[in-house]
Design a protein around this ligand. Structure first.
Ligand code: ZN
Ligand code: ZN
Length: 235
């Protein structure tokens, strides 16, 4: 796993097209200040060969885009009302304004990403281990086990999981979360009351997506046909 991330880090250090990376304007400002210096104080320009238009054009053409830092805006989580998950309500959203900003160098950011991903992977492996342990204790759920019911992720130590030898790709970190987890995340972010209205709205949206078209079979009755009523030509 560290191999993958290391390669990524090197790619990032080159010129990543990542949209969250801010463009450095070092080149622009240095050439501009040199030009203005020439016009304000001509004596200094004596030390340099006279600047020609051709030369300037060449310099402009070789100008590259450089990335100097990554600015990350942090938002608190709140109930979303923006997405339609396949089940349940309690969608994850973010507050309209960020609550903190952090600036990273490209290297720092890559390390921070690695740290976060490792933490997520660790949680995931511990949960997996917990589930397999519970299944073992209850013989695949056929036997009652007092011990299994009291077991939590906190009982799983890092020695029980193999964090270093687990290969994962970027996609792994963007898996959909079940409703129970979303609710837990919202509560952890300080959402005290989850609006149940969202759940009802989402159910209605999912239902409306399931049935499309009208009930017309052989003949179309424009009076009751939902196509006709909506001004769409019925098939
Ligand atoms: Zn019809
Ligand atoms: Zn129709």
């Amino acid at each position: 796993m560290s191999g993958i991330l290391k390669r990524k880090f090197e790619e990032v250090d080159g010129s990543s097209p990542c949209s969250s990376v801010r463009e450095s304007d070092d080149d622009v400002s240095s050439s501009e200040s040199a030009d203005s210096g020439d016009s304000v104080n001509p004596s200094t320009s004596n030390h340099f060969p006279p600047s020609s238009i051709l030369k300037r054009e060449k310099r402009l053409r070789t100008k590259n885009v450089h990335f100097s830092c990554v600015t990350v805006y942090y938002f608190t989580r709140r109930q979303g009302f923006t997405s339609v998950p396949s089940q349940g309500g309690s969608t994850l959203g973010m507050s309209s304004r960020h609550n903190s900003v952090r600036q990273y160098t490209l290297g720092e950011f890559a390390r921070e990403q690695e740290r976060l991903h490792r933490e997520m992977l660790r949680e995931h492996l511990r949960e997996e281990k917990l589930n397999s342990l519970k299944l073992k204790m209850t013989k695949n759920g056929t036997v009652e086990s007092e011990e299994a019911s009291t077991l939590t992720v906190d009982d799983i130590s890092d020695d029980d999981i193999d964090l270093d030898n687990t290969e994962v790709d970027e996609y792994f970190f963007l898996q959909p979360l079940p409703t129970k987890k979303r609710r837990a995340l919202l509560r952890a972010s300080g959402v005290k009351k989850i609006d149940v209205e969202e759940k009802h709205e989402l159910r209605a949206i999912r239902l409306s997506r399931e049935d499309c078209g009208c009930d017309c079979r052989v003949f179309c009755d424009p009076e009751t046909c939902t196509c006709s009523l909506a001004g769409i030509k019925c098939q």
